[in-house]
Design a protein around this ligand. Structure first.
Ligand code: ADP
Ligand code: ZN
Length: 436
């Protein structure tokens, strides 16, 4: 195994040392937070008037959670701790669901975020000789620029391709001998389904690795990507509120994601009660950013559901590993009273060998009941099969889904390339039920 470190001392530091560093950084974040309109009201209301009021890491729990709505209500400057002359970059969320959220970075913050990104890239074994095609969108979205800066710092050659224009993406990969992709898993699968049309074979390309993230995906999807492209795919997790990608990243063992604990304090809570769950149990990920001072953010509720591995990783890093994101608390579907996450459906369908590179989940009203339809694309050769074979396949997919989600959806089989494709984050669920 090609185990490389970017900052070995910190990456392999013993737990005591990491906790000590966290406490010191937390105090310094508190000092910055007290300069923001938002936290200068909130922290004194729980008796925190100075960094000295934080004596141990447990004191973090005195601070109320910060919600996405807090960010919205304080848009645009309520969480800014410095004069804008100190700020060198902003990012915002898309804002499609209302007021966007904004984050601010000083030069020092940007440097720290870039360093964590460089560490993440290095953990996968990628380095100076690699050529990264960055296919996340650039601009206000954090996915493009944050990866770009980190990769340049490590010394990779970066192709800032951004998303879209699939044909050109494939030419770039071919002409510049791209070895690493940064991309959403759904878009990567879509690219695969286009290769034949462009007359390109996987074997013509020089790909070795892909950093896949920005959207939920299953282990089955990762395996499919690895087999189709003959590459290693590393799960990359981040969110704009925490500076984007690089919050947690897989190492060469690809055994879930090291969450960089010197930069983030992670808590896993029961989303209903807000209480911490025991180690190793699933819950909502809550993050405190320890490396951003222009816009401090503490105990931010991500709404992402995951658990922490407590066992150490073979790579020697001591930072705990976050599981694959199992779903988002606001993604849950309730179908005729049964709760499920779209990721459970993906997990099942992507493991079925006949299923191709795309799928869609539709929910509609059927009289008083809900109707769940799972549409999957097949690899083209399947369509040569007999009608009976097709029926068998439908019932196999239906039964396997029932074993996982307890209800049996209607299954539709589609030709390759016929379901909607996405160049960025995929929208998998089409729910046409009237909103209550
Ligand atoms: P938004 O919250 O508006 O989607 P971001 O673009 O910052 O804003 O997306 C962050 C979210 O994307 C995360 O909170 C998470 O739900 C999802 N996400 C990012 N990376 C992954 C990943 N590797 N696996 C699953 N979900 C991910
Ligand atoms: Zn590891």
């Amino acid at each position: 195994m090609d185990i490389r470190y970017w900052n070995k001392d910190v990456e392999t530091a013993d737990v005591q040392k990491i906790r000590h560093l966290q406490l010191q950084r937390l105090k310094s974040i508190i000092a910055s937070a007290l300069k923001t309109p938002f936290y200068s009201r909130r922290l004194p209301s729980v008796g925190i008037n100075s960094p000295d009021d934080i004596k141990t890491l447990d004191d973090l729990r005195r601070i109320p959670f910060t919600m996405k709505d807090d960010l919205r209500q304080n848009y645009p400057k309520g969480l800014l701790s410095v004069d804008t002359s100190e700020v060198v970059r902003i990012h915002t969320s898309s804002g499609t669901t209302g007021i966007p959220t904004v984050i601010y970075l000083s030069a020092k913050d940007l440097d720290a975020a870039t360093d964590i990104m460089a560490r993440s890239i290095t953990a996968t074994g990628a380095g100076r000789t690699d050529i990264l095609q960055n296919m996340m969108s650039y601009g206000l979205f954090t996915g493009g620029l944050c990866m770009h800066y980190g990769a340049e710092r490590v010394g990779l050659m970066v192709i800032p391709a951004a998303g879209g224009n699939t044909k050109r993406q494939v030419s770039l990969m071919n002409d510049f001998r791209t070895t690493v992709l940064h991309i959403t898993p759904s878009y990567l699968l879509h690219i695969h389904s286009k290769l034949a049309e462009y007359g390109v074979k996987v074997g013509d390309l020089a790909l070795k690795k892909a950093f896949i993230g920005a959207e939920p995906h299953s282990e089955g999807t990762r395996r499919k990507i690895e087999e189709l492209f003959k590459i290693d795919a590393y799960n990359s997790y981040g969110l704009s509120e925490m500076n984007g990608p690089g919050v947690a990243f897989e190492c060469v063992y690809k055994n879930d994601l090291h969450l960089w604990e010197d930069a983030y304090i992670v808590e896993i809570i029961n989303p209903k009660t807000g209480q911490l769950v025991p180690d190793g149990q699933e819950g909502e990920v809550v993050l405190t950013n320890l490396i951003r001072h222009a816009m401090p953010l503490m105990r931010y509720r991500t709404r992402d559901l995951a658990f922490l591995h407590i066992e150490p990783c073979k790579c020697g890093r001591t930072h705990r590993r976050l599981s694959r994101i199992l779903g988002r608390s606001d993604d849950m579907l309730i179908i005729n009273g049964v709760n499920m996450f779209p990721s459970q459906i993906e997990e099942v369908v992507m493991k079925i060998p006949e299923v191709g590179n795309n799928y869609q989940i539709c929910v509609e009203k059927d009289g008083a009941l809900d109707r769940l339809i799972v549409k999957v694309e097949l690899y083209s050769k399947m369509f040569l099969g007999e009608a009976k074979q097709i029926d068998n396949l439908k019932s196999k997919i239906g039964e396997e889904l029932k074993a996982s989600i307890t209800i049996k959806p209607a299954i539709e089989l589609h030709e390759p390339g016929s379901l909607p494709a996405f160049e960025g984050k995929a929208v998998r669920v089409v729910d046409t039920r009237p909103k209550l």
